[in-house]
Design a protein around this ligand. Structure first.
Ligand SMILES: CC(C)(COP(=O)(O)OP(=O)(O)OC[C@H]1O[C@@H](n2cnc3c(N)ncnc32)[C@H](O)[C@@H]1OP(=O)(O)O)[C@@H](O)C(=O)NCCC(=O)NCCS
Length: 198
């Protein structure tokens, strides 16, 4: 994997700017992530969303980056700069692989922002980090996320049955992955802000 810049780089697409979170974003994160429909399929976002968690989460990003373990971006809408959600990568240098994560505030669903932001994040993993593989998983029933991963060009790699316990119930997890050589032209166009092929 490549040497990284000192701080999380900003990624720009046609409609979005992905930048490091700042302490001033905590209120927006609390509102967006506080929606039960957003946290429903997320492993690390509790509901109700506790006071102070957004501040703590944002403050943790710098160490995760400087320790070479991952990056988290605020997905902001151009040109007004509103925070619409987040993307993240967690990587293991030994394996040259990274796990992709994302969520958007509910009012921002249905515009293709998740696909656009995720494509730019995956492009970063392959081109800047030098990853050989990017993978992701979603919980059973999360059809919106399944569509994002398929449109990214990821391959369905299997199901882990009853792998996650969330709010007292066991959930299957659906595994997806894409290799560097598979990350094709169509996906790069999405990363640059174009529409994905359907
Ligand atoms: C998963 C999640 C990010 C998907 O958001 P989304 O808005 O459905 O996904 P996209 O941003 O890719 O938008 C796709 C939709 O926008 C539509 N769209 C509208 N304009 C578009 C454009 N210019 N470009 C692309 N798609 C566009 C697409 O047709 C598509 O709708 P469809 O699925 O009905 O065909 C969102 O539902 C979410 O945050 N969920 C809660 C958290 C979560 O589950 N995170 C993932 C954990 S694995």
């Amino acid at each position: 994997m490549a040497r990284l810049p000192a701080s999380i780089p900003t990624l720009t697409t046609a409609r979005l700017r992905l930048r490091a979170f700042a302490p001033g974003d905590a209120a927006a994160v609390t509102v967006l992530a506080g929606d039960a429909e957003v946290s429903r399929y997320l492993l690390h976002v509790p509901h109700p969303y506790p006071t102070g968690l957004a501040e703590e989460w944002i403050a943790s990003h710098r160490d995760t980056w400087t320790q070479g373990q991952g990056a988290t971006w605020a997905v902001t809408r151009s040109p007004d700069g509103a925070v619409v959600g987040t993307t993240s990568l967690r990587w293991v240098r030994r394996h040259d692989h990274a796990e992709l994560g994302y969520w958007l505030g509910r009012e921002h669903w249905g515009h293709g922002y998740a696909l656009e932001a995720a494509a730019a994040t995956v492009a970063f993993a392959f081109t800047t980090l030098g990853c050989a593989r990017v993978f992701a998983q979603h919980l059973g029933g999360n059809e919106r996320s399944a569509k994002v991963l398929a449109r990214l060009g990821m391959t369905a790699e299997g199901v882990r049955r009853a792998h996650i316990k969330k709010q007292g119930a066991y959930h299957d997890t659906y595994q997806f992955g894409v290799l560097r050589e598979e990350f094709g032209r169509g996906t790069r166009e999405v990363a640059a802000g174009g529409r994905a092929a359907r």
